[in-house]
Ligand binder design. Structure first.
Ligand code: SF4
Length: 467
């Protein structure tokens, strides 16, 4: 994706029964870094005491010395990479959040977004709850603390039966690891094995990093408890139609991961095939917007027979503290991240494949760069349908008004971008690339039909529900 307009949500990781659990969690978080770069944290337990360390920045910087990891003792650990969706990006919101209640300690790591957080928080505050963060994940902890159940698993179940929306969760207690996924299954969560240890992670690339074996997905609506007695699984919630986030395949997940039981690389490549079938063009070469559209571009090239070449080079070394230019030199922002390769593009009819268009402003600048590098024709291809509505399930997107496709037709967008032709993969075409049933996916950002009711801002608006 050219623009920094859609952000991955968060990454979660948990492990039970491993020597150096915190070090393995650190590696798992490192593999999941693409899901959140604002902050990271690990909480561990040795069965007696619970330890934590977290901070803003990339995993590597938060855990900058071996001493930090050495202090996170024990055979149980959970970790979290944060990109803020609900709640500000301030340090207090970095997860896992660790609390003490009724003499017990409990930590939570959350990927997703609750859709009834506004009313739940209001109600809890009226009843005396004092929140330490602005994160919706803390609501789950308050609900757990208020439960009158005896066992942690039952407290968690009761709390989760009151929240709505998207959650893939890891919890740590002094002597157990608990994982849970919402009944719609919006965000991925996988279960794996490393020798005698049990592992859970947002994506299987975290298992590969530590040499763990992927066993299966945590199922939608499932709660898994791992403790001294082994692994137990529960399905306490009413079954609903699944709503797996299809955007995970288009953009978020790493191509080397398996999510929702499908290989991301394979699906992304197929999206490129489908795009080439729906939008063929006579061209000399096809280029990607590195790195996120590389795989779809390979697919487009394979299907169309048009040569794949490196027409854009990406600068990988922009840190979080990069100072972005003032308004008067704003036009340079595309150049800060990418440069066009004149020797590849000059005099050529070029197809450029991207995974999505959000606001369209940075895409326009990139196309100008490609034209200035001497391209004779520029044909823009997008491996998903137009994004017309924001996400309420844990993906940070601009407002509806800012999404270019919410108010402009494809022809108007083509003219705005100044490309010779523009083609998006159709909704039907995108859905047909999966072996899962098309009804199992959430496609709300493309259709405007949301799989759940959603509180919007003040909790007053309820969006149209998918039929
Ligand atoms: Fe994913 Fe879009 Fe649904 Fe959000 S609205 S969960 S980004 S498919």
């Amino acid at each position: 994706m050219i623009e920094n307009a859609i952000h991955e949500e968060c990454g979660v990781f948990g492990i039970y029964g491993a020597r150096k659990a915190a070090e393995l969690t650190y590696l798992g978080l490192y593999a999941l870094q693409h899901r959140g770069q604002e902050g990271a944290g690990i909480v561990s337990s040795d069965g007696e005491k619970v330890y934590e360390h977290k901070g803003p920045d990339l995993v590597n910087d938060v855990f900058a010395s071996k001493d930090i990891l050495a202090k996170l003792k024990g055979k149980i650990a959970i970790g979290h990479n944060r990109y803020s969706t609900t709640g500000s990006s301030s340090v207090i919101n970095i997860q896992p959040i660790l609390i003490t209640y009724k003499g017990k300690q409990l930590a939570i790591g959350h990927n997703g977004n609750l859709t009834n957080s506004h009313s739940l928080r209001n109600r809890l505050e009226k009843n005396g709850s004092i929140f330490q963060t602005t994160s919706d994940s803390e609501i789950i902890l308050h609900l757990i603390a208020r439960s009158r159940k005896k066992k942690v698993k039952d407290e968690i179940t009761e709390a989760l039966s009151r929240v709505k929306g998207a959650y893939s969760l890891v919890f740590l207690t002094k002597d157990s690891l608990v994982a849970a996924r919402d009944p719609f299954g919006f965000r991925p969560l996988a279960l794996g094995r490393l020798n005698n240890a049990w592992v859970v992670a947002s994506e299987t690339c975290a298992f590969d990093m530590i040499g763990a074996k992927y066993l299966r997905d945590i199922q939608p609506g499932e709660i898994v408890v791992v403790d001294d007695g082994g692994v137990s699984s529960f399905f306490p919630f009413k079954k609903v139609k699944h709503a797996f986030c299809i955007f995970e395949f288009i953009y978020f997940a790493r191509p080397d991961s398996i999510i929702f039981q499908e290989n991301v690389d394979k699906i992304r490549r197929r999206l490129g095939w489908q795009l080439a079938k729906e939008w063929p063009v006579d061209a000399d070469l096809v280029i990607s917007v590195p790195d996120s559209s590389n795989t779809a571009t390979v697919g487009y090239s394979e299907e169309s027979g048009i040569k794949y070449d490196m027409g854009l080079i990406r600068n990988h070394y922009i840190g979080r503290t990069f100072i972005h230019p003032d308004q008067e030199i704003r036009d340079l922002d595309a150049r800060i991240k990418y440069n066009a390769v004149r020797g590849v593009l000059k005099g050529k009819k070029v197809v450029i494949v991207d995974d999505s268009i959000v606001r369209g402003t940075t895409s326009k600048k990139l196309i100008k760069m490609i034209r200035q590098a001497g391209a004779k024709e520029v044909h823009f291809r997008v491996s998903c349908p137009p994004i017309i509505s924001p996400c309420f399930y844990g993906v940070d997107m601009p407002t509806k008004e800012e999404l270019i496709a919410s108010s402009k037709s494809v022809e108007e967008i083509r003219r705005f971008l100044d490309v010779d032709t523009l083609g998006y993969t159709s909704l039907e075409g995108m859905l047909s690339m999966h072996s899962l049933h098309k009804e199992d996916f959430c496609v709300a950002c493309f259709s405007g039909k949301y799989p759940t009711r959603v509180e919007y801002n003040s909790g007053k608006y309820v969006l149209e529900r998918a039929k």
